[in-house]
Design a protein around this ligand. Structure first.
Ligand code: GLC
Ligand code: GLC
Length: 823
């Protein structure tokens, strides 16, 4: 069966077109705006299924190009809009914001582009928005076609609204901002140059490759007083006003008259670009900006052929990236997830961390230390160079005591002082990212890179030393039971055991009262054993025997501490609070069991021998699992408790308070797969993975092609309803769990290890995977219906002992068969 024929079922909102690697949306009125991301390399755009959203360069807070109105009604207002007026009909080339619905509408979200196909009044339009590779611009290609028998005259208006660069200031400092806006118009190109006169050496522009008959740059003139983007007065009148913005709200709108004979087609190319100029070269003449870089950029997309070339290059780029890993399994939905959308989402989360989505305003957060380190595990097989750079950027924000700034700004690459540190799980995530990177690439040289602490370049130890201090930071911060102190919070930002907040205006994350030398975390304990072992292995690889030995002792001590003080009888405790009392114990009235410590302790291998691991996972299944995924804790907290912090602030069933916080579900998948229970692991995968949720899109609400951060749990009024799509660690972790633990294709220092843990009823599956210098076609057979066990390997027809494909022996293409046999 070919992939595109499976599950071709169209819902009321759309369907997958796997051949094109697209999700096709068939109505503008999806339950929430269903979005896509444009851009790969610094210039990014968020684009909804009606072309709403915004663009920025590098930093969504400090370099915002266009404005977006979060929290506005109607939702999803502002974007790249094209208005068409023909005879007395007015409609949008993307289905909105004009209220009049076109006769036909379709949005195709693909890999790095979104395409809108609209037909109305015998005029077809095809709008394709994308960011060409390596370009600091969004290109909007609009093809108009007269599909009727009459000669037609179309009045076309483009529209974007400029943001005055600093998005936070733009939305608050009106007393200043309503006076600073400045534009220039030259040769039909609209330049946005607010604050260029002072300290900015950059501007933006919006161009079109054909003569215009008018323009507007002042929002009020274009829309008309007290009107919105759904019915601009200029469009209604079929005429631009040639307005010049002086302060207020600058926009860019081109007006073009397009005449089309029957059957005739016209292609227009719009470029929304960002230019930086050298300080000494800013001005062309007094008050007139240097437009040379803009002209060059515009020139690169002069013709429709240039644009086609750039689109083809983008498609090839994605084919190559996705070609590094390809699965053909008996489960078509798993194939679809892993081959296309999961990897694509990995790229987006890697690029944007948690900064800009339709749920993250782009002004609140930079690149999270723990989040970004985790994101790399979904991406290292695709673009290892970028992962290397990211890890070193993160490393540079580590402090000399091994702790880390919780976030950094992508523009400055400096740790974010407002948020600070003391999230005690942060440091060890860098061991995960680094080890995973080295295992993928074999590149140990990353460890020798000189990196200063906290941006300080006077003392430059190497990256390895940063890992060592991360490890030491845990050892140096142990509590009364020998377990790691939690600090402000561990992975669960909302379990704030040292905050005691009673003031609604203070942040749970940054407030810390009293001493924090009592509250301990079992999640960090498990994390330390898991990545501590990785650190030990790394030391051994490097021939650092003493260090390995000492580290091993610390890891062993921690394992013992977990067994002595972290086992509650049927599952692992979650924490000890600031009074030394148990959290996540059967003794508690609420929050008796939490998911994080079960996931991390079992992944660390604790209790595997004596059955505790199995028991912990069985408790997860009995107490936390639902058809929509695994809840974070049970029972939910019914009232606010200042000794627990933000977790108890959420209504039961939402977010960290007994919601299905998808990010941690794959930890349980990994754990289940490790115990050889691949079927259960895949069942958990299917419960939160969008490709499996097509039958419940209205209930689920968010995009049916990407993971969401949270799905409401059983205690909620709306179980199964998702929120916060796109920017979530769920993407990288689900990909990691499925590929490395369920399918069991696991990069290691010496090569690829094959250790599948699949459903017993799968007869076989095939993975095609690039790894270092070779490309392997790996066929895993399960003739005895075991699903897991020992593996017999054949490489190019020759039997090989063990389950390792030794990388040193191979380059080029190779065929592997792995047969699962009784162990
Ligand atoms: C959010 C944060 C992440 C945190 C999680 C749990 O997803 O980005 O850092 O671990 O919430 O609180
Ligand atoms: C809130 C959210 C949590 C997120 C944190 C980031 O606490 O519930 O998911 O990680 O904010 O600051």
């Amino acid at each position: 069966m070919s992939e595109s024929t499976i599950d071709a079922h169209t819902t009321e909102f759309g369907y997958f077109d796997d051949q094109q690697k697209e999700y096709v949306i068939t109505t503008p009125f999806t339950p929430t705006p269903w979005i896509n991301y444009l851009g790969n390399d610094g210039f990014y755009g968020l684009i909804s299924n009606t072309a709403g959203g915004y663009s920025f360069y590098q930093d969504p807070k400090f370099r915002r190009l266009t404005r977006y109105r979060y929290n506005s009604v109607p939702v999803d207002t502002s974007g790249r809009y094209f208005y068409l007026k023909c005879d007395d009909h007015i409609w949008s080339a993307s289905g909105r914001p004009v209220q009049q619905q076109p006769e036909k509408y379709e949005c195709r979200h693909g890999m790095g582009y979104s395409r809108f196909l609209v037909s109305h009044q015998e005029i077809d339009s095809e709008l394709t928005c994308f960011v060409p590779l390596g370009e600091k611009a969004e290109v909007h290609r609009l093809i108009l076609k007269n599909s009727g028998e009459r000669h037609r005259k179309i009045s076309l208006f483009s529209y974007i609204e400029w943001c005055l660069w600093n998005a936070e200031d733009d939305g608050s400092n009106f007393q200043r901002n309503l006076s600073t806006g400045e534009v220039e118009v030259e040769d039909g190109v609209i330049y946005h140059k607010t604050e260029f006169r002072e300290r900015r050496n950059h501007y933006a522009f919006y161009s079109v490759n054909q003569p215009i008959s008018g323009f507007d740059t002042d929002r009020e003139c274009f829309l008309g007083p007290y009107r919105g983007v759904e019915n601009p007065v200029s469009v209604e009148q079929g005429k631009a006003t040639n307005s010049h913005a002086h302060g207020w709200s600058p926009i860019a709108s081109h007006h073009l008259e397009v005449e089309l004979a029957p059957g005739e087609e016209r292609t227009l190319v719009f470029v929304l670009g960002y230019c930086e100029v050298a300080k000494e070269n800013k001005w062309q003449s007094p008050g007139i900006i240097n437009k040379a870089p803009a002209r060059e950029m515009i020139n690169r997309y002069k013709s429709q052929y240039d644009v086609q070339k750039a689109l083809t290059a983008l498609a090839t780029h994605w084919d190559t990236l996705l070609g590094n890993f390809r699965l053909n399994s008996p489960d078509p939905k798993l194939n679809r997830s892993l081959n296309i959308w999961n990897q694509y989402q990995n790229m987006v989360t890697f690029n944007l961390s948690r900064s800009a989505s339709f749920y993250e305003s782009g002004i609140g957060r930079g690149m999270g230390f723990r989040d970004s380190n985790q994101d790399t595990i979904g991406f290292a097989h695709m673009v290892p160079e970028k992962v290397r750079e990211r890890i070193l950027d993160l490393s540079a924000t580590q402090k000399s005591d091994g702790s880390a700034y919780h976030q950094y700004q992508p523009l400055t690459k400096k740790g974010n002082a407002n948020i600070g540190g003391n999230f005690n799980d942060d440091p060890m995530w860098m061991v995960l990212s680094t080890v995973n990177y080295i295992k993928e690439t074999g590149d140990f040289s990353i460890l020798d890179e000189k990196v200063g602490f906290d941006g300080d370049v006077s003392e430059e130890p190497n990256h390895f030393e940063h890992l060592r201090r991360a490890f030491e930071h845990v050892v140096n911060n142990l509590g009364p039971h020998g377990l790691p102190l939690i600090g402000r919070a561990d992975w669960n930002d909302c379990l704030n055991l040292n905050c005691f907040s009673e003031d609604p205006n203070e942040s749970y994350q940054t407030t810390q009262r009293g001493k924090s030398d009592v509250a301990e975390s079992l999640m960090i304990a498990g994390q330390f054993v898991l990545y501590g072992q990785d650190f030990v292995q790394l030391c051994i690889q490097l021939g650092k025997r003493d260090l390995a030995h000492n580290a091993q002792q610390q890891v062993d001590k921690m394992r013992e501490a977990v067994l002595a003080h972290g086992w509650d009888g049927q599952w692992f405790l979650r924490a000890y609070n600031a009074k030394g009392e148990k959290i996540g114990s059967h003794e508690n009235k609420e929050g008796k069991i939490f998911i994080e410590s079960q996931g991390f302790c079992v992944m660390a291998g604790i209790g595997i021998k004596d059955g505790k691991a199995r028991q912990a996972l069985d408790s997860v299944e009995q107490r936390l699992a639902t058809p929509h995924g695994i809840m974070l804790n049970q029972p939910a907290f019914s009232t606010y408790d200042k000794h627990l912090g933000e977790i108890s602030s959420y209504p039961p069933g939402y977010k960290e308070n007994a919601g299905i916080f998808c990010h941690n579900n794959p930890w349980i998948m990994v754990a289940e797969a490790m115990l050889g229970r691949g079927e259960k692991a895949l069942e958990y995968f299917a419960s939160i993975s969008p490709a499996y949720l097509q039958h419940m899109q209205q209930q689920h609400k968010t995009e049916p092609y990407v993971y969401s951060q949270m799905i409401a749990g059983n205690d909620a009024a709306t179980p199964g309803q998702a929120k916060n799509s796109w920017l979530t660690g769920t993407a990288a972790w689900c990909y990691y769990a499925a590929t490395q633990y369920i399918l069991g294709i696991k990069p290691d220092y010496a090569g690829l290890i094959i250790t599948p843990s699949i459903p017993a009823h799968w007869p076989s599956f095939v993975v095609s995977r690039r790894f270092r210098k070779a490309h392997y076609c790996i066929e895993v057979n399960n003739p005895y219906g075991l699903g897991a066990g020992k593996v017999q390997l054949e490489i190019d027809g020759k039997a090989v002992a063990g389950n390792l494909i030794d990388y040193a022996q191979f380059s080029g293409e190779h065929h592997i068969t792995a047969t699962i046999v009784q162990s």
